[in-house]
Design a protein around this ligand. Structure first.
Ligand code: NAD
Ligand code: TYD
Length: 329
């Protein structure tokens, strides 16, 4: 299949492209703005065409979509803490950018899959969200992602565009930018730096190995019903503090490195997705959290050349702004 993959130089997008080339022999065009989170290195050695542009650039999108059978949109600002400090780019990319892509898909009659998140449903104390649960986002990140989902659905209802939405739970695995919980804690543990746990650390996330999400997206693209959304939850949930303790054990580092810091404003307590609908399409998670976490730690240990330039670049300033007043190292 010939795919236009937007945001394909980021964490999940690049893993998706790798899976598609390896398991499906797809022809792939990646369009990516290369923000701080997007890196050409993530696609190193992969046979793809690359367009360096934002999804809000209608001319670039119009060129890149020529000949595509489907658009898969990963392009987004993805970090909740950054959305609290500086929401601007979240609004531009998720609202305006998604609209530009939808218009291009409509003009070319191309199927459109939006990659979305469990965070659009907000927090849930017990049980799991289904695709019929109301959207109740809490952060500028999740609110703008929810807005994008609604716009996508409107293009199905209004124009008959063949749209699909995949809402994933927290992903982890190779190539994740170390602002996110798991890679941040792995790199800090490997360096003997302090591990900043927000609040009491009892917030719960539903962990999904990135290749499992990539395959679920492929399954929805192939078999999903137009106009529908599909939840893709990981097989295991875990409180943050336990995730951090497991990482310390895997890295052979001391629990004394844990530092409880001020909680994130509006912090969602628990996310949980029911995945029956996507299982009905024949998808199932292959990787349990214990195995995926060990594999992820191994990958970061063996790929210092990937993360060293990040740790010494923009990330350093971000880290200082986010944690500098509360922790050392
Ligand atoms: P990421 O931050 O690693 O990558 C985002 C990519 O989008 C980068 O390559 C970046 O350069 C690109 N990008 C950003 N703005 C752009 C723009 N305006 N135009 C073109 N490219 C742009 O993020 P990720 O974790 O790979 O997330 C990918 C998608 O999956 C996002 O839509 C996110 O909301 C969703 N998602 C993420 C998770 C998770 O746990 N990481 C879970 C569920 C859903
Ligand atoms: P994160 O990886 O930012 O994903 P999300 O907020 O989208 O779920 O954070 C996962 C959880 O880890 C979340 O409850 C916030 C918490 N967290 C910390 O406790 N410390 C940190 O330094 C970070 C980045 C996250």
């Amino acid at each position: 299949m010939r795919l236009l993959v937007c945001g394909g130089a980021g964490f999940i997008g690049s893993n998706f492209v790798r899976v598609r080339l390896r398991e499906h022999g797809d022809e792939v065009v990646v369009l990516d703005k290369l923000t701080y989170a997007g890196r050409r290195e993530n696609l190193a050695g992969l046979d793809v065409a690359f367009v360096h542009a934002g999804i809000e650039d209608a001319a670039a999108v119009g060129g890149a979509i020529e000949g595509a059978e489907a658009v898969v949109n990963f392009a987004a600002e993805t970090h909740v803490d950054r959305s609290i400090a500086e929401p601007d780019a979240f609004v531009t990319t998720h609202a305006f950018g998604t609209w530009v892509l939808l218009e291009a898909a409509r003009a070319h009659g191309v199927r459109y899959l939006q990659v979305s998140t469990d965070e659009v449903y907000g927090s849930i104390e017990s049980g799991s969200f289904t695709e019929r649960s109301p959207l109740a986002p809490s952060s500028p990140y999740s609110a703008t992602k929810a807005g994008a989902d609604l716009l996508v659905s409107s293009y199905f209802h209004t124009y008959g565009l063949k749209t699909l939405i995949c809402r994933g739970s927290n992903n982890y695995g190779p190539y994740q930018y170390p602002e996110k919980l798991i890679p941040l804690m792995v790199l800090n543990a490997l360096h003997g730096d302090r591990l900043p746990v927000y609040g009491d650390g009892m917030q719960v996330r539903n962990w999904l190995y990135v290749e499992d999400f990539a395959r679920a997206i492929g399954q929805v693209l192939a078999h999903g019903a137009p106009g529908e959304a599909y939840n893709v939850g990981g097989p295991d949930e875990c409180p943050n503090i336990e995730v951090v303790q497991r990482i310390l054990a895997l890295c052979g580092a001391d629990e004394a490195l844990i530092e409880h810091v001020t909680d994130r404003p509006g912090h969602d307590r628990r996310y949980s997705l029911g995945s029956e609908k996507v299982r009905g399409l024949g998808w199932q998670a292959r990787t349990r959290f214990a195995d995926g976490l060990a594999e992820t730690v191994r990958w970061y240990r063996e790929n210092a050349a990937w993360w060293e330039p990040i740790r010494s670049g923009e990330y350093r300033e971000y880290y200082q702004r986010q944690y500098g007043s509360q922790i050392k190292g």
